[in-house]
Write a protein that binds this ligand. Structure first.
Ligand SMILES: CC(C)(COP(=O)(O)OP(=O)(O)OC[C@H]1O[C@@H](n2cnc3c(N)ncnc32)[C@H](O)[C@@H]1OP(=O)(O)O)[C@@H](O)C(=O)NCCC(=O)NCCS
Length: 182
């Protein structure tokens, strides 16, 4: 359990079907300009729900989530990460990421990829602090015209990310391209 400001106690767990409406709410709060349609979240749940972690308190109420692709030939993608604005800067994003990275590594993932908007400074700082490095320069039209994304990569071949602390510096060479977050 993660204490937040001495009040809320948070836990990270795999998503359940009953969470889908709450998950849609969190996603819309985290990505107000481009939330996933409900059917997309439903299909992510059906296809890779065991790689979708949520953080909740005792009410229970959800406050964030992380979604990844199961390792394929040792490669995984972080597809989305979001924390509700009211509880940002409390370490939830980092803990969700670390929990997922441990899960992926335990399943054989050696390389993690994600995409991020080049001007999303808070997310880039978080990913860098976990050992991700930029792979090349931002693609100005990655998600279509005027939708730039920076590809970032993390190698898990050497050191796993310690719980709550950054891993050692990575090296990597991604081999595929796909959506990595709204
Ligand atoms: C990005 C996001 C998930 C971070 O979640 P969070 O719970 O606030 O992050 P944490 O509290 O775990 O912060 C971890 C690190 O990220 C960096 N960081 C996060 N927010 C930051 C901010 N506003 N300013 C500067 N650094 C920030 C810091 O390095 C921080 O470490 P520190 O607190 O030890 O300095 C959250 O801001 C969010 O949901 N944003 C909207 C959705 C989004 O952009 N998702 C990522 C898509 S690629």
């Amino acid at each position: 359990m993660i204490p937040i400001s001495g009040e809320k106690r948070m836990r990270i767990r795999a998503v359940e079907e009953k969470d889908l409406p709450e998950l849609a709410r969190i996603d819309a709060e985290a990505f107000p300009s481009a939330p996933y349609p409900y059917f997309v979240l439903r299909q992510y749940f059906d296809i890779c729900g065991d790689h979708l972690f949520v953080v909740e308190d005792d009410e229970p109420r959800l406050y964030g989530y992380v979604l990844a692709s199961p390792p394929h030939h040792t490669l995984s993608w972080i597809i989305s990460l979001g924390v509700t604005p009211e509880l940002r800067r409390n370490g939830l994003g980092r803990r969700l990421m670390v929990a997922m990275l441990h899960r992926l590594q335990s399943e054989g993932a050696q390389q993690i990829l994600l995409t991020v908007e080049p001007d999303n400074g808070s997310a880039i700082l978080l990913y860098r602090s976990l050992g991700f490095v930029a792979y090349g320069t931002p693609d100005p039209d990655y998600f279509g015209r005027g939708e730039p994304r920076l590809l970032m990569t993390l190698s898990l071949r050497t050191a796993p990310p310690a719980r709550g602390t950054p891993p050692s510096a990575p090296s990597a060479s991604p081999s595929a391209g796909r959506r990595g977050g709204p």
